[in-house]
Design a protein around this ligand. Structure first.
Ligand code: HEM
Length: 525
């Protein structure tokens, strides 16, 4: 009897070893097969290593866009690289971009999965990470809430926050200040006010829980983590790992205070509370949360079409979606807009003639600051060109400008299987003399935007039906802020202002270190 068990257990052991060996062999064959992706299609790639792909080069340089730009110079407008063994196509070919972002946008309704993105059909995607019919449904509901007419309703709050920033800047005159800190506080103040209807006093009160907690969250999110590192090599296990972690978090939430480990938990809980409280209130506020609540009641039981032609009935916008959309306002709108203002101040300080020109145009348009509103700021065309030129030279979220194929297709003769990611090399487009000449694209020259260019040449807000939904809001905020600031203060380089900016990029492309700008009160404003 005992003999039988021993024989049996060794047999089991053998079976387990054989199964494991087969699984590992199968996995290695799968990896090997992934590396045939570009060979089969005749697409060039930088030299990659088995298993690591091109990750080492990407991670050793903290500037994704520069690596991509350099590869484009060597391998041409369309090439591929491997993240671990996941093939990524990179392109700055306008015909391919047109196919992917515009003509065939319905076959490319996904984004490159970020490490912490769950499966496409998980219920908790925000607009940014959603794909297929979920994305389309969300976007259809959200588009009207970002229309110019709706944004006008948010303008008084935006102007209130800009006035606060102005007041503070005026007090700082003749001082050299770490400018990004002020723009961060201004942008966060605007988001808490405009999106959530909460007046947080972030700008005046330096010790402020809202600011500190959100900053801690962004710092936490930007920090490279071991899990991200591991999953970038084992990307096919990502959905299982995430489902497991989500389940664990649910199970353990009564035992562990996750807000101590992950600062985002405070933010998520707080947003949930704000929405629940507001739903119980009877008065109407003029903020983005109200616009979403109105959109929710308008969209009850709408018929929506999914991408494969099915129509289904759905209560298209749930309370959960409202909470996630509000959170996205902070995630997508905070660092992008504050970093743009930081870049703009750097340009203004270093290009005095641009600053003078902008001031004169603004002064000419407005008799007093009270004339500054969402319509009047649109009249200064040069202001629009100035901001676009800042973002052409310093595009901020290049790693977002890409699409994931959600239905296998052909693009300019290349067969693209489902789940393939196509990224745009934004820097190559933004600095292409053929697209932006005759004035050298390396020069800061706003009037180049007067000439009609190929719309795909400017990718700071992406393009097509899935471009940045917050673009109008961001442009309005930037315009109001710059008009008010330039009427009141002047920007000068200080001894702590660099001549050239060194940049770093963990999703957001920003100055590597904070720099100072000298602020002077404008005489006879
Ligand atoms: C200067 C400021 C901003 C810049 C440079 C910027 C840039 C971008 C870019 C490049 C994308 C990807 C577009 C694409 O894939 O084609 C994007 C998407 C997005 N942005 Fe912005 N953004 C800014 C401000 C904002 C603000 C204020 C919001 C507020 C809600 C916002 C919300 C979003 C959302 C929700 C998406 C995803 C849209 C979708 O997938 O349908 N952004 N942004």
């Amino acid at each position: 009897m005992l003999d039988f068990i021993i024989i049996d257990s060794t047999l089991w052991l053998k079976l387990i070893i054989i199964s494991l060996a087969s699984l590992i062999t199968f996995y290695f064959l799968k990896i090997w097969n992934s590396y045939q992706f570009f060979k089969k299609r005749g697409i060039k790639t930088p030299v990659y290593r088995f298993f690591w792909g091109n990750n080492l080069e990407l991670t050793s340089n903290s500037n994704y866009s520069d690596v991509i730009l350099n590869w484009t110079k060597t391998y041409g407008k369309t090439y591929g690289y491997y993240e671990g063994h996941q093939p990524i196509i990179v392109t700055s070919d306008l015909e391919i971009i047109q196919e992917v972002f515009l003509k065939q946008s319905s076959n490319f309704s996904g984004r490159k999965k970020q490490i912490l993105n769950r499966n496409d059909d998980a219920p908790d995607h925000m607009l940014f990470s959603a794909s297929r019919s979920r994305w389309k449904t969300m976007r259809n509901i959200m588009n009207p809430t970002f229309s110019s007419a709706k944004l006008k309703e948010l303008a008084p709050l935006l102007i209130k926050c800009t006035d606060r920033m102005n007041e503070i800047m005026i007090k700082k005159t003749e001082t050299s200040i770490s400018i990004s800190e002020y723009f961060k506080r201004f942008t966060m103040d605007s988001i808490w006010n405009c999106a959530f209807g909460i007046d947080t006093d972030i700008q005046k009160n330096v010790k402020n829980e809202y600011f500190d907690r959100c900053e801690a969250m962004f710092t936490f999110l930007a920090k490279p983590k071991l899990l991200d590192f591991l999953l970038s090599y084992l990307h096919e296990f990502q959905p299982f790992v995430l489902e497991f972690l989500t389940l664990m978090q649910k199970v353990m939430s009564n035992l562990i205070d996750f807000s101590r480990i992950n600062p985002s938990v405070w933010f998520v809980n707080h947003v949930f509370e704000i929405v629940e409280t507001r739903k119980k209130q009877t008065f109407r506020k003029k903020d983005y949360l109200q616009l979403l609540l109105d959109a929710e009641s308008d969209s009850q039981d709408k018929i929506v079409d999914d991408y494969i032609g099915n129509s289904f009935e759905k209560k298209a916008n749930s309370s959960l979606k409202i909470k996630r959309t509000l959170m996205l306002f902070m995630f997508a709108g905070y660092e992008t807009t504050s970093t743009t203002l930081t870049y703009a101040s750097f340009i203004l300080a270093n290009y005095q003639e641009e600053q003078q020109k902008m001031y004169e145009l603004i002064k000419f348009e407005f008799n007093s600051e009270e004339d500054i509103n969402p319509e009047s700021v649109q009249k200064i065309e040069y202001l629009d060109w100035f901001i676009k030129e800042v973002l052409r030279i310093y595009p901020i979220v290049n790693a977002a400008v890409g699409r994931r194929c959600t239905k296998s297709t052909l693009v300019k003769g290349i067969d693209i299987p489902e789940d393939t990611v196509i990224m745009v090399d934004v820097m190559s487009l933004h600095f292409d003399p053929e697209l932006w000449g005759p004035v050298d694209p390396n020069e800061f020259y706003p009037p180049r935007h007067e000439v009609k260019r190929n719309p795909l040449a400017f990718m700071a807000f992406g393009n097509g039906p899935r471009n940045c939904i917050g673009m109008k809001f961001a442009m309005l905020e930037l315009k109001i802020a710059l008009c008010k600031l330039l009427l009141n203060v002047e920007f000068f380089p200080s001894s702590n202002t660099p001549k050239n900016l060194e940049l770093t990029e963990i999703f957001v492309r920003r100055p590597k270190s904070a720099f100072e700008i000298l602020i002077k009160r404008r005489i006879n404003p």
